[in-house]
Write a protein that binds this ligand. Structure first.
Ligand SMILES: O=C(O)CCC(=O)C(=O)O
Ligand SMILES: [Fe+2]
Length: 293
């Protein structure tokens, strides 16, 4: 048993004070990613699916047709499809990739599950934020994002950016920023999360990804989307957000701790969706085979 599992079972191994001891208990192929995530709050890897390129192209084609996203310049910055895993088998496959699930489960010490996917046709230009304020587990930090490039990303297409090391900063909620839930809280977090790296002198990095390169971020890593300086450039990508089993889930932005309000979040599990969807597909196939004529 690792020291973390023994003494701090409610802390992810990768964020544990015992990390340097416990890392040796990981499979050798998981250690490099574990070290990156522990030290910097993000890790870069090639997405472990030999068919990734074909799946990415198929997803892009289907979503382009569905949303008429052929022209990046006319896409609004908010353009995205949330939870395409529920109707697109390739999106679901990427979200439920067995090697990623095994890797994350080892790094965190609990079974990972994908609870949300986002497919973006262009750069999000999202202000700097930590996912922690949107998606939080109790105990905290059992959450991470896996971002994967579905085409080569150009520096002018609004690449993903992040502040290395910011994941170890405290995970603040409304009580700390002096906000009540709502627009006030959003504005206060944007200000705080812009000021923290600026005042603490942490340099921002951008991820100029090749198609098929992925980046895992820890729940409290500050990240966002850079400005899309060339509006004609697309930036197809998929983000899958993962939680880990055995926790409760909440949204700190909506909580009012001082009033005793911690709202529990009901979360989906794309792995179960996959089983259900396969069953529905099988049922449909059976139905159409048995249909007369
Ligand atoms: O792709 C991006 O620009 C950022 C996406 C993001 O922050 C998220 O999905 O959590
Ligand atoms: Fe995010």
């Amino acid at each position: 048993m690792t020291l973390t599992a023994d003494l701090l079972p409610g802390v992810p191994l990768v964020e544990s004070p015992f990390f340097e001891v416990d890392v040796s208990a990981l499979a050798p192929e998981h250690r490099d990613v574990a070290r990156q995530l522990h030290a910097r709050g993000y890790a870069v890897l090639d997405f472990p699916d030999p068919d990734f390129h074909a799946k990415a192209d198929a997803i892009r084609n289907r979503l382009t047709a569905r949303f008429n996203w052929g022209d990046p310049a006319s896409c609004p910055p908010s353009a995205r499809v949330q939870d395409a895993w529920a109707f697109d088998a390739d999106v679901r496959d990427i979200a439920c990739n067995a090697s990623i699930l095994a890797l994350l489960s080892a790094l965190y010490g609990r079974q990972a599950f994908p609870f949300q996917t986002l497919n973006f046709p262009i750069g999000t230009q999202q202000p700097v934020h930590s996912d922690h304020i949107h998606f939080c587990s109790i105990p905290e930090r059992f959450m991470c994002g896996v971002w994967v490039a579905m085409e080569d990303v150009h520096a002018d297409a609004g690449p993903l950016f992040y502040y290395p090391g910011s994941h170890v900063w405290p995970s603040y909620g409304n009580a700390q920023v002096g906000a009540t839930p709502g627009a006030d809280a959003v504005m206060k977090f944007i200000r705080l999360q812009q000021e923290m790296p600026a005042r603490l002198g942490v340099e921002r990095e951008t991820f100029i990804a090749r198609k098929g390169q992925a980046l895992i971020w820890a729940s409290n890593l500050l990240h966002g989307g850079s400005a899309q300086s060339d509006p004609t450039r697309s930036r197809w990508s998929q983000v899958t957000h993962y939680f880990f089993e055995g926790c409760r889930y909440t949204t700190p932005l909506h909580n009012d701790e001082l009033a005793g309000k911690i709202i529990q979040r009901r979360v989906k599990d794309a792995r179960k969706g996959a089983g259900l969807a396969a069953l529905v597909d099988a049922g449909r196939a059976l139905f159409s085979r048995n249909r007369p004529g």
